[in-house]
Design a protein around this ligand. Structure first.
Ligand SMILES: *Cc1c(COP(=O)(O)O)cnc(C)c1O
Length: 431
């Protein structure tokens, strides 16, 4: 099921006023729903030592990040600007993880400087730390299981032995021994095999493999494994017929596995970490857009004032689906249409062959589940400014948490004659 009926109702009640005040298009996030998911997460893992480090790339907005930090979440970062955003949201030191992937010395230095916990993605990164920077006493390694986890991966990460991520599992003990010799006193293990999964199997396979590796490392290297990071990847039901991930049952299964594990050297059980993005914020965001054109040819095309600049996923991934509704046109006759943006890209469709009420210019459409990897993946191809972001508070008030880009922003890196920029660029992503 896409966005919750509760968010849908809250949004519908406030929408005429919001559209009037802010214009379209915009992404809007539901604070009430965000709080509820954070509380569900807390409850599901209450009985184990567990912390969520929200994947900043999913929704890099400090207003939402502060809300998550208020629930005790840390942040998973992978660039200098994401570290800056995490600090802006109040994170310090080990409230931050830094997941390296082909990371250079300057970025590693920034992560060390921030006191973030670094996840090393390759032996080369460990060498960079050792040769040019410092090796922290606590270090995590991203593990690539190769073929040992057949069936546990999915399309986003590629075949295990061709993916660029992680230290191959058959080299892990050797690399951990190197780390020990460089002064590492506690080790974390990280693995993320799949994305947007709706069942617990890939994550439990990951946990089993990491627990096994933790035993081996403690046994052979003699350094305690103090944390297991299962990454992100917990999915959300984008399609009406899909069921949500059962986080409570998953939490119980994780606890059971941990209880059955003991350290060969009598160390404490490792803490569990997650870096979920989509599961936390995905369902609590929506893209609101208005119809600007209707075009009848082979198909009927409903043209809107948002485009792949505002929401990239349907254009980028052929299988991606975002539910679309027309909250103020529900009683009308229905027809099957494609919902398209204004880019000269045939892929620029927010929805294909959707059964929607017959729409006319000015009608408001809501594109569901844009709270993760939505605005964040936006871009400026063909000179279209990215849209504004709003936060719907529990009391019904609405806060502008990122203004729409203007022409001035698009030309900020050019030496541009200011007199040509006098005319207002208009809102967001004009059709
Ligand atoms: C993208 C990513 C995440 C977040 O993924 P979601 O599908 O949004 O949960 C977490 N960890 C790493 C290393 C990632 O690359």
């Amino acid at each position: 099921m896409p966005m919750s009926p509760a968010f849908e109702n809250r949004l519908k009640a406030a929408l005429p006023r919001i559209v009037e005040t802010f214009g379209t298009p915009f992404h809007i996030y539901d604070a009430e729903g965000l709080h509820q998911t954070c509380e569900l997460f807390e409850r599901a893992f209450r009985e184990i030592d567990c912390r969520e480090y929200f994947a900043v790339k999913a929704l890099p907005n400090p207003a939402v990040m502060r809300l998550l930090a208020g629930h005790g979440f840390g942040f998973d970062t992978s660039s200098i600007s994401e570290l800056t955003l995490a600090r802006t949201a109040g994170a310090t030191g080990d409230d931050m993880c830094f997941t390296s992937s082909n990371t250079g010395a300057a970025e590693l230095a920034a992560a060390l400087d921030a006191g973030a916990m670094i996840t090393v993605d390759d032996e080369a990164i460990l060498a960079t730390l050792a040769d040019r920077l410092t090796v922290p006493e606590s270090l995590a390694f991203r593990v690539n299981p190769g073929r040992s986890l057949e069936g546990g991966t999915n399309h986003l990460f590629g075949e295990p032995e061709t993916t660029k991520f992680g230290v191959p599992v058959d080299r892990l003990v050797k690399v951990c021994a190197q780390a020990r010799d460089l002064g590492v006193r506690e080790i974390g293990l990280h693995m993320m095999m799949a994305s947007n999964v709706l069942g617990p199997e890939p994550l439990l396979l990951t946990l089993d493999l990491l627990l096994e590796q933790a035993r081996e490392i403690e046994d052979e290297v003699g350094v305690p494994v103090t944390s297991l990071n299962l990454g992100g990847g917990i999915g959300i039901p984008y399609r009406p017929e899909e069921e949500p991930f059962d986080l409570t049952a998953f939490g119980a299964a994780v606890r059971e596995r941990l209880t059955g594990w003991s350290s060969p050297r009598g160390h404490a059980r490792p803490a569990i970490r997650f870096e979920c993005g989509r599961y936390i914020t995905g369902p609590h965001g929506a893209l609101v857009t208005r119809v600007v054109n209707r075009m009848d040819k082979w198909r009927t095309f409903v043209g809107v004032d948002a485009s792949m600049v505002s929401l990239m996923r349907p254009a980028l991934y052929s299988w991606a689906y975002h539910h679309i509704t027309a909250p103020f046109a529900e009683g009308r006759a229905r027809e099957v249409v494609d919902v398209v943006g204004s880019l000269p890209e045939n892929n620029d469709r927010l929805g294909r062959e959707r059964d929607l009420p017959v729409l006319a210019e000015g009608d408001v459409l809501v594109v569901h589940d844009t709270g993760a990897h939505g605005h964040a993946m936006g871009f400026n191809y063909t000179g279209r400014p990215r849209p504004q972001e709003l936060l719907l508070h529990p009391d019904g008030s609405v806060e502008l948490i990122r203004r729409a880009e203007t022409e001035r922003d698009l030309f900020a890196t050019l030496d541009f004659p200011p007199r040509l920029l006098e005319s207002p660029a208009g809102q967001g992503d004009p059709g």
